[in-house]
Design a protein around this ligand. Structure first.
Ligand SMILES: [Zn+2]
Length: 345
């Protein structure tokens, strides 16, 4: 029997007879196979195009995307480095500047405001996992950076203002002597040489000849430059930021330009010493008061201007002069000694 030949059983002849295939039937089968193959080929081509074969635009977009992702990654790294640098600065700020200037450091609670909490960047979840992670990380680092920068900026502004105020306070502090010459009467209770009663002496008296230049002891603004029966010609200087008022009394002369509202600097000449007002001899009566008008011992303010040794020498010399006046007053009821001084204070 021939290969590929089909037979059928014929009951009438009781034998197998060769069956001749219908040509049309064969053609139909071939057609089906070819059709199926074509469909499969089209499908495969479509899938390949989807995943592998790209149009030039698509290819450009893809490479652009890759570049962007690399860029994002680099920005993220740079921001992390910046954040670390800022942390280092804030630590320096806390340890150095604030400690040096003796002001309260910004608390850790304030520094960490807004850190953590709910995920504010869940909008990136719709991208691929890797990109989403990168975007989320970058966005949250950016948030942190913004917070750190704003906090650190505020801190530095505050420190600068504080330092400026402190500079101003130091410039205004009545820290030098208003004139050269020994202090012949200290601050405190004393026997008043004119009123003959124990009276509070609100300042210190410098023994100086009439016409000796008198200078302001700190930066400030002239509050008064006038005459009074008690203080004679006197000048009050307001050291506003430092919170003090200084008074220079019994002057023979006040400089013409020294008038209310005029700014003066430490060491600037405001007039000349004299013997005006309630005074028994040429001297400078010098007072320091605080904002509330309370008198303070001016000697305490000279301390920054001198060494401890000089300070104790000054205190001792002042005491010696005072003792000498006391004994002079005892031996001679009338104040004939050239050292006998008084002031309205
Ligand atoms: Zn006095």
């Amino acid at each position: 029997m021939k290969q590929n030949t089909h037979y059928r059983y014929d009951p009438e002849t009781c034998s197998f007879v060769e069956v001749e295939e219908d040509r049309r039937d064969v053609l139909r089968k071939v057609g089906v196979v070819v059709g199926l193959a074509l469909v499969l080929a089209v499908l495969a081509a479509w899938m390949m195009d989807l995943h592998m074969i790209r149009t030039p635009e698509e290819q450009a977009l893809r490479s652009e995307n890759e570049v962007l992702e690399q860029q994002l990654s680099r920005v993220s790294t740079q921001m992390s480095a910046l954040s670390k640098e800022l942390s280092r600065l804030s630590e320096k700020d806390r340890k150095l500047y604030r400690t040096l200037l003796q002001i309260e450091p910004i608390s850790e609670d304030v520094r960490k405001v807004g850190v953590g909490g709910t995920d504010a960047h869940s909008e990136f979840d719709r991208f691929g996992t890797h990109t989403a992670e990168l975007l989320r990380e970058t966005a949250s680092t950016l948030d942190q950076l913004e917070r750190q920068v704003s906090l650190q900026g505020a801190s530095y502004r505050e420190l600068t203002q504080f330092a400026e105020r402190r500079d101003q306070r130091l410039l205004e502090l009545p820290a030098i002597r208003p004139t050269n010459g020994p202090i012949v009467s200290g601050y405190g209770m004393r026997h008043h040489p004119i009123l003959k009663v124990r009276k509070m002496h609100a300042g210190v008296d410098f023994l100086v000849r009439t016409g000796t230049p008198i200078v302001t002891t700190g930066n400030g603004v002239i509050r008064r430059a006038q005459y009074s029966p008690t203080y004679g010609n006197y000048v009050d200087v307001h050291h506003k930021t430092a919170g003090y008022i200084t008074r220079y009394a019994h002057l023979s002369e006040i400089e013409d330009d020294i008038q209310r509202g005029v700014k003066v600097e430490r060491g600037q000449r405001i007039g000349y010493s004299g013997n005006t007002g309630r005074s028994t001899g040429p001297h400078l009566h010098y007072e320091v008061r605080d904002d509330k008008g309370r008198t303070l011992d001016p000697i305490d303010f000279f301390v920054p201007d001198m060494s401890p040794q000089n300070f104790y020498q000054l205190v001792e010399r002042t005491q010696q002069y005072q003792n000498r006046f006391a004994s002079a007053e005892k031996s001679d009821k009338e104040t004939s000694s050239g050292f006998s001084l008084s002031s309205g204070g």
